[in-house]
Design a protein around this ligand. Structure first.
Ligand SMILES: Cc1cc2nc3c(=O)[nH]c(=O)nc-3n(C[C@H](O)[C@H](O)[C@H](O)COP(=O)(O)OP(=O)(O)OC[C@H]3O[C@@H](n4cnc5c(N)ncnc54)[C@H](O)[C@@H]3O)c2cc1C
Length: 374
């Protein structure tokens, strides 16, 4: 029999829904509490690397993801010149194995919807508009209080509640995301025909100018700059001004910014909870436990892997023991730490203007590690 019969999951993002699907598939009662009033319907794009796709295949949703998204296995590098000269097209390492593409871009709400539908079909209960506010662990079960004043008790509680995790604070973990010094503008726009993969331009007025196709008709384009106070409403003008220095598809992207593009600005942050991610019968996963700037686009992949590994261990064990938590830490800490450190390092090299940094070396060693299943 599995170690737990009734699991509460806080947060219906990639980490929480992954754990929900696998635990519910194994016949465990699962309740997901999500503070948002309703499922996410608006958003930007997301870049999913092969190791993320491998987990999505394990969840049985790869065909749906492939149909909605845009897969590719090369990475373009362009010069920061008016022509957007292509300097190199690199074959990306297929971190999910050779039978999956290296990368797939998709619209975030589509990914969430696919995972949500799969979790519901597996038998998980998902309640929206339920923010968890307090937690009490009596050693045998965990009771949560929600914003409506209600309480529920579980054999185990998974805090998959993202960057500003309430669960993390409630179990006394002090680490929290800190700005890394960079800010990113993201725009979800029509796909110029020329955009068939991610192309990155380093330098010019921004640290990075890039885009990723998210489907046959759409892309998300991004510009990474020094973190500063910005207003989302200024997005179309600021992005158009910054993008004027970049050529190739950026000419079309700029003209599409005016056509009601969804534009958003946010700062990069990072944190890492060292040591075990659980306190008693409450455990945090995904962005609640670690976050990093998306310089290697691995945040969601780590969230998916955390959820899958935790579910696997809970299903296989007879009891919730220190051995189980040690195994979870052994399987996840080193990998998540490597991703956070590499992601932060890449950004820091750009902030410091280091020109001879060994970016290929760092990327190769990280990809080689990620190619091994979690
Ligand atoms: C600008 C930017 C770009 C990124 N781009 C990429 C990318 O291209 N590729 C990639 O792999 N990663 C990317 N990431 C990282 C990625 O978005 C995250 O790592 C991933 O979404 C984490 O998933 P999660 O399930 O842990 O958390 P989340 O997706 O944040 O989900 C947490 C959920 O918990 C809910 N919640 C919060 N508090 C409570 C509460 N008290 N009670 C109930 N519910 C609660 C939230 O509403 C939310 O639905 C990016 C991040 C940023 C900031």
């Amino acid at each position: 029999m599995a170690a737990v019969q009734k699991v509460g999951i806080v947060g219906a993002g990639a980490a929480g829904l992954t754990a929900a699907i696998l635990l519910a598939d194994a016949g465990i009662e699962v309740e997901v509490l999500e503070k948002a009033a309703e499922p996410q319907t608006l958003g930007s794009g997301i870049t999913l690397q092969g190791n993320a796709l491998r987990i999505l295949r394990h969840l049985g949703v790869w065909e749906q993801v492939e149909a909605k998204g845009y897969a590719f296995s090369t990475l373009g590098l362009r010069a920061p010149d008016p022509a957007g000269t292509v300097i190199a097209v690199l074959n990306d390492i297929r971190t999910g194995g050779d039978d999956l593409p290296a990368t797939l871009g998709m619209y975030r709400p589509d990914l969430t919807a696919i995972l949500r539908d799969r979790a519901l079909a597996a038998g998980a209960r998902i309640t929206y508009g339920q923010a968890v506010t307090e937690i009490a662990d009596d050693g045998g079960s965990v009771t949560v209080r929600t914003s409506d004043g209600g309480t529920s008790a579980y054999d185990l509680l998974i805090g998959a509640d993202g960057l500003n995790s309430t669960v993390r604070k409630a179990i006394g973990i002090e680490e929290a995301p800190k700005p890394t010094g960079m800010g990113i503008w993201r725009a979800f726009v029509e796909r110029p025909e020329e955009v068939v993969r991610t192309d990155l331009t380093y330098g010019g007025p921004c640290f990075i100018a890039g885009y990723c196709p998210t489907g046959p008709d759409t892309i998300y384009a991004y510009l990474v700059e020094k973190a500063q106070e910005r207003n989302h409403e200024d997005g179309p003008k600021v992005m158009a001004d910054l993008a004027a220095a970049y050529g190739g598809p950026w000419k079309d992207i700029r003209s599409n910014l005016d056509h009601g593009a969804r534009i958003n600005y946010t700062w990069f942050t990072s944190h890492l909870v060292e040591g075990p991610w659980n306190r008693g019968r409450t455990v945090i996963i995904g962005d609640a436990a670690h976050s990093c700037p998306p310089t290697v686009a691995q945040g969601a992949a780590m969230a998916l892997e955390d959820g899958a590994v935790l579910a696997e261990l809970l299903i296989a064990a007879d009891h919730v023991t220190e051995t189980l938590w040690k195994e979870f830490a052994d399987r996840r800490s080193e990998r998540a730490t490597a991703v956070v450190r590499a992601s932060v390092q890449l950004g820091q090299w750009m902030l410091d203007g280091v020109r001879d940094a060994d970016v290929p070396g760092l990327m190769n060693s990280l990809s080689t590690m990620l190619k091994e299943p979690a």
